[in-house]
Ligand binder design. Structure first.
Ligand code: CA
Length: 223
């Protein structure tokens, strides 16, 4: 497993690199956004750890560029901020998870393992529901044979719905399965994401597939 660490504080970068190497990972480090972007484009990484405040290009802009170029390695953002707005904009840029500084190495390692595990579970047969089709290997989704342009997080959310059709999924279940942990007071992030997903999956179609179960959560079903 090969991991890229993009972090301008050299002490933090070498602390992460050393710790991950002791756990058996191969780790490259980049010290500004442009270098990180270049390395992520020219090598294949199983995971990218991305600091947000970086010289030359900030971490969220790097993630956005990577996603635009269809580089879908999971990204764990490292951030000094933890307001709802920052988390949403971070996740919306295409990152998969975030960790607030300062953090304990054990917590970083747990998040890294969770993201890598989810990546390997993603492989498998195509899923279909109504006129939705999802390819877990290519990370692509079509509705009525038209490809939907989803962010990494929207994709993960839809995949969770499609693996559990006709079941009511509570916000807590969604947070735990799609983000790997609960948001506590931040459960409105789930609603924000379901709304993003609905715009792409349902807005242009007469038949709606993602339904709200008032006071409980959401369900994927045909009326
Ligand atoms: Ca920094």
């Amino acid at each position: 497993m090969r991991i890229l660490v993009v972090e301008d504080e050299k002490k933090v970068a070498s602390f992460i690199k050393r710790g991950l190497e002791e756990e058996g990972f191969t780790v490259d480090a980049a010290f500004d956004g442009e270098e990180g972007l270049y390395m992520a484009e020219t090598n294949s990484y199983d995971l990218i750890l991305m600091d947000i405040m970086l010289p030359k290009m900030d971490g969220l802009a790097v993630v956005q560029k990577l996603r635009e170029r269809k580089i879908m390695s999971p990204v764990l953002c490292l951030t000094a901020k933890d307001t709802v707005d920052d988390i949403v904009s971070g996740l919306n840029s295409g990152s998969d998870d975030y960790l607030t500084k300062p953090f304990a190495f054990a917590e970083l390692l747990a998040r890294v393992r969770a993201l890598l595990r989810r990546g390997s579970q993603d492989r498998g047969a195509e899923l279909t529901f109504a006129d939705l089709r999802l390819d877990p290997v290519a990370h692509k989704v079509w509705r009525n044979n038209k490809e939907l342009d989803l962010t990494a997080k929207e994709y993960a959310l839809l995949e969770y719905f499609m693996r559990n059709p006709h079941q009511i999924l509570t916000r807590t279940m969604i947070a735990e399965h799609v983000w790997d942990y609960t948001f506590d007071s931040f459960t409105n992030i789930i609603d924000v994401y379901v709304n993003y997903l609905r715009k792409k999956v349902d807005r242009d179609f007469e038949k709606k597939l993602i339904h709200t179960v008032r006071g409980v959560g959401y369900v994927l079903k045909e009326e």
